[in-house]
Design a protein around this ligand. Structure first.
Ligand SMILES: C[S@@+](CC[C@H](N)C(=O)[O-])C[C@H]1O[C@@H](n2cnc3c(N)ncnc32)[C@H](O)[C@@H]1O
Length: 260
């Protein structure tokens, strides 16, 4: 059931607990007027623990700005963006169960946020660019991660991209040269070479994990899609600015029309 914010924000703790349980299990541990949605999260108080490590790197006042939260899950970051005064926040996710959680969380916390079921692959259908795009914790869940970054660049990002990905492998970086000779094979084995690790079966018991980059690869992919890294406030988090994409970059993927 969808509630108007006013009535949801007045629910008793018992009623919030009952509805939150019915909407579970939750990945986001949210404080819904004193009721916690995922207190047993394997990463602790997640994603608040991560947010605390990079929150200062995002403008404290988002008045007048529009925000797109891709893979919004239970709505934690959408709610935080709205709390910072964003004029418009749109959260999208491919999973209707998470969107139902996000709608409930936004209602209970009294935040006016729009949530829509939409895959990142279909963001061209929004026909809109956003001042700030959050793309947190989604890249490694995609079979086509570079395509997603290209599409975000081509259709949705206007200025800032807040990006996060799980990383595995070496954290070293080595300078990227303009070119390498065909006979040069050693650079591929060096820890600082960008590597995207393919997961054929499962990782962390999750069959939706497909590609996990090392640090060099996460950074190279962002640059290659036309996102200049302006800050790296947390191990996995990057604040980027949209710039012109390098020659040869770009998505070859048609926008799905309304009838598709
Ligand atoms: C690990 S959670 C990250 C949630 C949140 N962004 C965060 O950082 O805490 C990944 C989310 O991405 C969503 N997702 C997976 N594939 C997607 C796709 N193709 N388009 C949009 N969302 C997707 C999942 O449903 C899930 O809610």
């Amino acid at each position: 059931m969808t509630l108007c914010s006013e009535s949801a924000s007045r629910l008793s703790s018992e009623e919030i607990r009952r509805r939150a349980a019915a909407l579970g299990p939750w990945f986001h541990n949210l404080d819904l007027n004193g009721v916690w949605t995922a207190p047993e999260h394997f990463l602790g108080d997640y994603p608040a623990v991560k947010w605390r490590r990079f929150a200062q790197a995002i403008p404290a006042d988002l008045s007048g700005r529009s925000v797109l939260d891709i893979g919004c899950n239970g709505g934690f970051y959408s709610i935080e963006m709205k709390r910072r005064g964003a004029a418009r926040v749109l959260g999208i996710d491919s999973d209707e169960a998470y969107l139902a959680q996000a709608r409930f969380a936004a209602d209970v916390t009294g935040q006016a946020i729009e949530f829509r079921r939409l895959s990142v692959y279909d963001i061209a259908a929004l026909g809109e660019r956003f001042d700030i795009v959050l793309f947190m914790g989604v890249l490694y869940h995609l079979r086509h991660p570079m395509l997603a970054l290209d599409l975000i660049h081509e259709h949705a990002a206007r200025d800032l991209l807040i990006f996060q990905s799980m990383q595995r492998g070496a954290a070293e970086l080595e300078p990227v040269r303009e070119d390498y000779d065909f006979e040069e094979t050693k650079p591929f084995d060096r820890p600082g070479w960008p590597k995207l690790h393919f997961i054929e079966q499962r990782y962390a018991h999750d069959q939706t994990n497909w590609w996990v980059p090392n640090r060099a690869c996460a950074e190279a992919m962002l640059r290659s899609a036309g996102f200049e890294i302006s800050a790296h406030p947390e191990e996995e988090v990057y604040i980027c600015r949209r710039v012109a994409a390098p020659e040869g970059a770009g998505a070859v993927y048609p926008m799905r029309g309304p009838s598709a």
